[in-house]
Write a protein that binds this ligand. Structure first.
Ligand SMILES: [Zn+2]
Length: 337
């Protein structure tokens, strides 16, 4: 046990040293080289007390939730790395990675907490979904350390009618091809799972304005039904500063047909945020950003009815409502546009 504990501290030291050397910013695809899944017989007899894990018991479709494991030094040592198995995918359960010498956010939770953000897909039809935490140690069989399930409730979403230029409802052949390529590119980016975690809870509200379009609205453009609104629209004047909701790396900064000027930020461990319809970029591909850093200016590029910020948030490639992760989500400061 003592040996395993020492190994764990060694892992932590290497992890932190990597951060100081800057190697931590090298993306690593987590799911590439993992051994086969463990069997249920490896689950501890009493997971509630043997392994202190926090997560909700009931979730709505289209919403994210956090799984936390508070590091308890008396019990550590049984693994080198942790991952969560959810929706058939694996995501690392990690401490947050240190990012340069930025002052810590006073609201941020204890960094000595292993955590990940998981999605419940908008179109999930299951009534319950399994969740496992697996311990990984090189050269040893992987071990299921915790197994549970989460009940899923169907969330109702309202409809919203909007009028936009006809070319944004029925694009011509040339633009359909462009839209397809952009959609494939975005999906590829959003399904990546980097091992490092830069995000911290709570997230930062990206702009002060009121919410003008809720997540999950069933959109009807010029009388024609379209898919769910996979983000939140905030009122924002042309040129208003747009802030990153968390630390991360810029994974995309370009002009796209529907999104206009869009920035996607990779927050690590499968979590991404998107900022669309910008009038200007303040970051470029590959830049590292801090939580709250200005990444662009609000605008009305792409499929819009006027200037605003479309703020998207995703985990493991599924768009989810960011509201549960931003405590002041409904709070609009006095004097805000
Ligand atoms: Zn939107």
């Amino acid at each position: 046990m003592k040996f395993l504990t020492l190994k764990f501290y060694l892992f932590l030291c290497v992890f932190l040293a990597q951060g100081l050397l800057g190697h931590i910013f090298t993306p690593i695809v987590f799911s590439a080289a993992l051994p086969a899944p463990a069997t249920a017989s490896d689950v501890p007899a009493n997971p509630e007390t043997d392994f202190p894990v926090e997560h909700p018991q009931l979730m709505n479709t289209g919403e994210p939730f956090v799984v936390r494991l508070t590091s308890d030094r008396r019990k550590e040592g049984a693994w080198d790395e942790l991952c969560v198995v959810w929706l058939g995918k694996r995501t690392p359960l990690t401490l947050s990675a240190p990012l340069s010498a930025a002052p810590p956010d006073a609201r941020a939770e204890n960094p000595e907490v292993f955590a990940c953000i998981l999605p419940v897909p908008l179109d999930c039809q299951e009534k319950t979904l399994p969740l496992q935490i697996v311990g990984l140690t090189p050269g040893k069989p992987e071990k299921i350390l915790y197994a549970s399930s989460i009940n899923i409730a169907q969330r109702e979403f309202a409809a919203q009618e909007l009028s936009v230029k006809p070319a944004f409802v029925n694009p011509d052949q040339k633009n359909l091809e462009r839209i397809k390529l952009e959609s494939q590119k975005n999906s590829r980016i959003l399904s990546g799972i980097n091992k490092e975690r830069y995000w911290q809870i709570p997230l930062t509200r990206p702009v002060p304005g009121i919410i003008t379009g809720e997540f999950g609205l069933r959109r009807v453009f010029n009388g024609q039904p379209r898919s769910w609104h996979r983000g939140v629209d905030f009122r924002a004047a042309e040129g208003a500063a747009i802030h990153s909701c968390a630390a991360g790396r810029v994974a995309l900064a370009e002009n796209q047909y529907y999104s206009g000027n869009i920035v996607i930020i990779d927050h690590g461990s499968g979590v991404f945020s998107m900022y669309a319809h910008l009038s200007a970029f303040k970051v470029k591909l590959g830049d590292m950003v801090q939580a709250g850093q200005i990444i662009g200016l609000a605008g009305k590029t792409g499929r819009v009815t006027g200037p605003h910020l479309h703020f998207g948030f995703s985990a493991l490639g599924f768009s989810v409502d960011p509201e549960p992760l931003i405590p002041d989500f409904r709070v609009t400061p006095a004097g805000a546009f």
